[in-house]
Design a binder for this molecule. Sequence first.
Ligand code: PLI
Length: 460
Amino acid sequence: MFERKPWAEPYKIKVVETVKVTDREHRLKVIKEAGWNTFLLKSEDVYIDLLTDSGTNAMSDYQWAGMMLGDEAYAGSKNFYYLEANIQKYYGYKYIVPTHQGRGAEHMLSKAMIKPGQFVAGNMYFTTTRLHQELAGGTFVDVIIDEAHDPAVLHPFKGNVDIGKFEALIKKVGAANVAYITVGAPVNMAGGQPVSMANMKAVSKLAHDNGIKVVLDATRNIENAYFIQQREEGYKNKTVAEIHKEFCALSDAATMSAKKDLYVNIGGFVACNDWDLFEELRNMVVIYEGLHTYGGLAGRDMEAMARGLEEAIQDECIAFRVKQVEYLGNMLIEAGVPVVRPIGGHAVFLDAKAFYAHLPQLQFPAQKLAADLYVESGVRAMERGVVSAGRNKETGENNLPKLELVRLTFPRRVYTQSHIDIVAYNVIELFNKRKEAKGLKMIYEPNYLRFFQARFEEMV
Ligand code: PLI
C-alpha cells in the first residue's frame, strides 16, 4: 500500500493561523504594485510563505511558557544568564554578547576585528556579512571550493573552503593583512550546502598556523552538524549536539542569527573565547544594541532563545527539519525541475538560469521566477542571484554570480507535508510553461542590500 515508510511532523498543532487564498488577478495586481519584488508584498496576500526561515518559526509551548518568565530588568536579567549558560553548554564559547539579530553581531564583530585595507576570506559571501565587512573597510575574498558555484555538481560538502585558495590569499597579501576567515556552515548562498569537520579542521590549522582567527557564522550550524552526522566518516554514532560543539571548538568566535536554528522570531549573539575581543564587543554593544545583558532583546526573547536551543539541538528535531526540505527537493528532481543539488538544509533552491534559460542574467531570471511563482500560486519565495549579489564596490559593475537561484525556504514547524505538495505542484506547473516568461528591468535600485527594496518592471 505504501511506496515508502510514512513519516510525519514530530509535533502536533495547538494554535493555528488562517492563511488566505487569493486569485491570480489579485496577485498579479499586487506583485506589480510591489515592483515584482516579493519582499515588497504584504504578507496577508501570501498563501504559503517560503520567503525565509528567518524569524518565521513556530515556537513550542515550552518556549511560550518561558516567555511568561521574562525578567524585563534593564540590567542583569535572569533570562540572559540562562541563555549565556546554554550557549556555553551547547556552543562552547566562553563569552557571549546578545544582539537583536545576526547583522547586529556582524556589525560589531566586523568593526572590532577588521582594520581598513585588510582582506576577509570566506566560503562564499552572505549579503549582510559582506556588507558589514566592507563598511568596516575590509575586502571580502571568496575561497569556497569551485563545486559550490555549480548547481548540478554532486558533492557531500559543497560548502567546504578550498584550502589552496585560502593559502594563495595568505601568500599574496600576507597573513597580517587577512583580518580573519569567516566560515558559514552551511553556506546559505550556495544552496544550504554543508562544511565537513575535516575541512573545518584544515581551515582552523592553516589559519592558526598563520596567526589568523576563524570566525564561524553559526546561524544554521545545527543543520551543518546533522549533515556531518549523516555524511562524514566517523560521525554516525555521535549526537548532533556533540558534533556541533566539536565544530564550534575549531573557531575562535561566532556570529549568530538566532532567528534560524534557535526557533525564535528575533534574536542573535556574538560569542568568542578571547577576553580582549569580548571587552571590545561588550563596550560596543551599549552603543549600537543595548546593555550587554540584553543587546536589544526583551528578557522574554532571551528565554525563548535559550529554550529554543534546547529543542533545536535534539537529533529528532533537526532530522525532521532537513528531511522535510529533502521531501520537496526530491519531488522536484523527479519532475525534472532544475534545482541545486544535493538538496540543502533550510531550503530548496531552483536553478533559475536553467529554469528560464531564455532570459539573460541582466533580465533577472531569478527575480522574475520568484514573482511568477507568486502570481501563479500565492507561494512566496526569494531571489538569490544577481540582484542579491549587488555591485562590485570598486568598479560599480553588477556582480554576476554563477548561481542565479530562487530559494524556497522552510520556516521551522510551520508547514505540513500537504503544503509542501501544493508548492511542488505549482513549481512543476510553472516549469511546464516556462518558455512564456518575460524578463524584468530594474527601475529603482537602493544603495545597500538592494534585493530588499529594488523595484522592477516586466519587459514587453
Ligand atoms: O537576518 P539576521 O540579521 O538575523 O542575520 C543575518 C544572517 C547572517 N548569516 C546568515 C548565514 C544568514 O542567513 C543571515 C540572515 N539570513 C536571512 C535573513 C535569510 O533569509 O537567509
